[in-house]
Design a protein around this ligand. Structure first.
Ligand SMILES: CC(C)(COP(=O)(O)OP(=O)(O)OC[C@H]1O[C@@H](n2cnc3c(N)ncnc32)[C@H](O)[C@@H]1O)[C@@H](O)C(=O)NCCC(=O)NCCS
Ligand SMILES: Nc1ncnc2c1ncn2[C@@H]1O[C@H](COP(=O)(O)OP(=O)(O)OP(=O)(O)O)[C@@H](O)[C@H]1O
Length: 195
């Protein structure tokens, strides 16, 4: 039986970068945002198109169009979540059934917010100061300040994520994060050996 480790944290705090470090340590990684990307170019197109016809561009769900819609309609993100989250859960369940590594890592931005904690043996939270978070997100140039604030408002404060997590990875530098990831993997392996 594989160990199921949830990986969460606020927008731009380093989930994907940290997930890649877990993969480097031999863990199998499932990424919720990547699942959403797959769904937007396939299975989610009819359902999203039925509610937001303007979001469909060239037969796929356009993230740019969605961001415009979300910016001008405060209920749009909630409606989008109601369509997407059940499909994301199905994708995750399939991965959990089929993956074969000793440790499975699930990179999920809204892990606690969606009430998923009980599906994991432990949870790691990534964290960095709000100043660095803002700087990193805005430096990507994919979101306006207002869009960033809107996403942030939908997420639990990072202090609560940290308090609810079994492990914390501070993503101030790559080397520091990698050391902490190795410590987490070593601790999980000890727990698995003792079980
Ligand atoms: C709002 C959208 C269009 C922004 O797309 P964009 O490519 O700019 O950003 P990306 O998808 O990489 O998301 C960046 C980060 O925003 C945060 N985020 C995304 N959606 C949400 C949400 N519904 N609530 C809170 N935070 C969110 C996460 O931390 C995520 O890692 C896109 O995130 C989306 O379609 N969201 C709805 C689906 C969803 O809830 N995804 C969250 C994981 S299941
Ligand atoms: N440990 C680290 N040290 C320095 N920079 C980092 C570290 N981890 C992540 N970063 C940088 O922070 C930015 C966001 O990282 P990443 O994409 O991994 O975050 P994320 O939480 O997956 O983002 P999102 O919520 O938008 O999906 C990137 O520019 C990345 O290079």
């Amino acid at each position: 039986m594989s160990f199921r480790l949830g990986l969460t944290g606020s927008i731009g705090m380093g989930k994907s970068t940290t997930a890649a470090m877990f993969a480097d340590e031999g863990c199998a990684v499932w990424d919720a945002d990547a699942a959403v990307h797959r769904l937007y170019s396939g299975a989610a197109v009819p359902a999203v198109g039925a509610v937001f016809p303007n979001a469909i561009v060239d037969g796929t769900v356009s993230r740019e169009a969605l961001k415009q819609i979300i910016s001008s309609d405060s209920e749009a993100l909630g409606k989008l979540e109601a369509i997407i989250h059940p499909l994301v859960r199905q994708d995750r369940a399939r991965f959990a059934r089929e993956a074969e590594a000793d440790i499975l890592v699930f990179d999920i931005p809204l892990l606690f917010e969606t009430g998923s904690r009980d599906e994991f043996d432990a949870v790691t939270c990534v964290t960095v100061s709000p100043e660095i978070q803002r700087e990193r997100v805005l430096a990507r140039g994919t979101m306006t300040q207002a869009q960033f604030e809107m996403i942030l408002a939908k997420q639990m404060p990072i202090t609560e994520n940290v308090a609810l997590s079994d492990y914390v990875v501070v993503t101030d530098t790559v080397d520091h994060a990698r050391t902490q990831v190795r410590d987490v993997v070593a601790d999980i392996k000890r727990r698995m050996a003792d079980a």
